[in-house]
Structures are given as structure tokens and as C-alpha cells.
Design a protein around this ligand. Structure first.
Ligand code: SF4
Length: 219
């Protein structure tokens, strides 16, 4: 009988193979490589970004290049090595010119992300940027308005049948264009580190009820 770990590996291998041959949306035609995601399949912390950029498309790996270097620094600040977390994106193929994902692309691709979340079963998900936050909030029945309002807070949510803590923050690439975001990202990753390591009272946050405001989930 295969153990839980090997079942996870098998499920993720099958998923990666499906992504590699996926033609569900037009992005398959312009990609160099799909970028399914990578990391520890037993990670307590999962990071969900937006979509591959130029370097990710070249390498077939998430968060390489300048944004990846910054992400590694932010993870170190939170007390993690990159290989200790699982990293994925909303879209698995690069939108041309790094444009925003289209709603139909998100709809076509996110069943893959949902399956990744079910396989890894993270306790905490860091939503990197507005596309990731909007999608994961919608799956959790939470209202998303703006990153400036949502970021740096902890949302206890039921997502895909699991209890998780969602922590939105800016996409690391945003700090490359707007250096003032860097301090906010650092503060948010320090929070993420404290939450994953159980050093805050987040786990005792009140359970989510319908129609509550986001402020109800503030620690
Ligand atoms: Fe398939 Fe997602 Fe790539 Fe579109 S972005 S082709 S849905 S893997």
C-alpha cells in the first residue's frame, strides 16, 4: 500500500503531466514552458502568485529572476528556505508581455491550482498579489476589494473543504517597480512566518460566517 507521501507524489506527477499537455486556453500556443509549481508536497505554507513571467517561461520554474530573488529573501525573513514551502501560480503559462490574466484563462487554469492545494493541504496560504487574492477569496466566499485593504491580515477560511489561513500580500514583483512596497512585503512575510510557526493567536481567530466584513478577520 503506498504511503500518504507517495500518493501525493503520484498525484502531483499526474497533474504536472496534464499541465504539460494542456491546451484549455490559448496561452499554450505562446508559452515556451509550462510552469506547474514546485516545492515540498507536505509544506505547511503554500505561496500562490499570478502567472509565469519571462524567466519563469524560459526555465519552467516559478519565481526565478529578480522577483524570485526577492521572494527568497522574503522567505528567509519569515524563517523558511525556499524548498520548505510549495510555490504555485494562478496561471501555469505566461501571458504574452506579462499582461494581466484574462478571466477566461483563470477559469480554465484554476482547476489545476485547486488540485495542487488539495494535494499539498497547506495550513497557511500566502496570496501574492491581487489576482491570487481575488481568486482564493472567491473560492473561500470572502469579499476582495483592494490589496491595500486586504494585505497583512489573516483570514480564517474554508477552502476546497479544508480549514486554512489566507494571508494576502503584494506580489514581490511590485516591489521591483515600487520600492515603497518592500517594507510592507517584509512586514507581511514576518507575519506569515509567525503564523506558520504558531507564534500568533491566529488559530484562535473567530470562525468565518457569511456576510461578515473583512475586519472581522483581523488579528
Ligand atoms: Fe492550460 Fe493553464 Fe496553460 Fe491555459 S494557462 S494552457 S489552462 S495550463
Amino acid at each position: 500500500m503506498p504511503g500518504a507521501r507517495s500518493r501525493k507524489e503520484e498525484a502531483m506527477r499526474a497533474l504536472v503531466a496534464e499541465i504539460a499537455s494542456c491546451t484549455r486556453c490559448p496561452l499554450h500556443a505562446s508559452r515556451k514552458n509550462p510552469v506547474p509549481g514546485e516545492g515540498d508536497l507536505d509544506a505547511e505554507l503554500m505561496l500562490v502568485g499570478e502567472a509565469p513571467g519571462r524567466w519563469e517561461d524560459e526555465k519552467g520554474r516559478p519565481f526565478v529572476g529578480a522577483a524570485g530573488k526577492l521572494l527568497n529573501e522574503l522567505l528567509a525573513l519569515a524563517g523558511f528556505k525556499r524548498e520548505e514551502v510549495y510555490i504555485a501560480n494562478v496561471l501555469k503559462c505566461r501571458p504574452p508581455g506579462n499582461r494581466d490574466p484574462k478571466p477566461e484563462e483563470v477559469e480554465a487554469c484554476t482547476p489545476f491550482l485547486d488540485r495542487q492545494i488539495r494535494i499539498v493541504e497547506p495550513r497557511v496560504i500566502a496570496c501574492l498579489g491581487r489576482h491570487s487574492t481575488r481568486y482564493l477569496f472567491s473560492k473561500a466566499g470572502l469579499v476582495f476589494r483592494r490589496m491595500g485593504e486586504a494585505r497583512g491580515r489573516i483570514y480564517r477560511a474554508r477552502l476546497l473543504g479544508m480549514e486554512v489561513l489566507l494571508i494576502p500580500t503584494f506580489h514581490p514583483a511590485s516591489a521591483l517597480y515600487n520600492p515603497s512596497y518592500r517594507a510592507l512585503l517584509e512586514a507581511d512575510f514576518e507575519l506569515i512566518g509567525r503564523v506558520v510557526k504558531g507564534a500568533t493567536g491566529a488559530e484562535q481567530a473567530p470562525p468565518r460566517r457569511r456576510r461578515r466584513t473583512l475586519e472581522d478577520f483581523m488579528v
